[in-house]
Design a protein. Structure first.
Length: 96
């Protein structure tokens, strides 16, 4: 029986492991459902030490996935997040 709103357990563990290391593989990320994409981004921010973020922060990161530039460095919820062709990664810990 398949759980609603989730990927196979192996895929789920894959992005959880990556988030703990401070990045998400962009190709894998784009195959996730919208729900799981938001969950993966939230986990990435949480594992990077950010405890205060909103849905709008997750949407801001996702917006930069569609931009044609090679690399984007954005400040989201006190973190610097880098989005490039290969990864979504946190470059620095929370800045307050």
């Amino acid at each position: 029986m398949k759980a609603v709103g989730s990927q196979k357990p192996e895929a789920d563990l894959g992005y959880r492991r990556q988030a703990k290391d401070g990045f998400l593989d962009r190709c894998i990320f784009l195959t996730l459902s919208e729900f799981d994409q938001n969950r993966a981004l939230a986990l990435l921010l949480y594992e990077s030490g950010c405890r205060e973020f909103r849905q709008s922060h997750l949407m801001e990161i996702k917006k930069h996935l569609d931009n044609g530039r090679k690399e984007h460095k954005i400040k989201v919820a006190g973190l610097f997040v880098v989005v490039n062709a290969e990864r979504i990664m946190v470059e620095s810990k929370p800045v307050f």
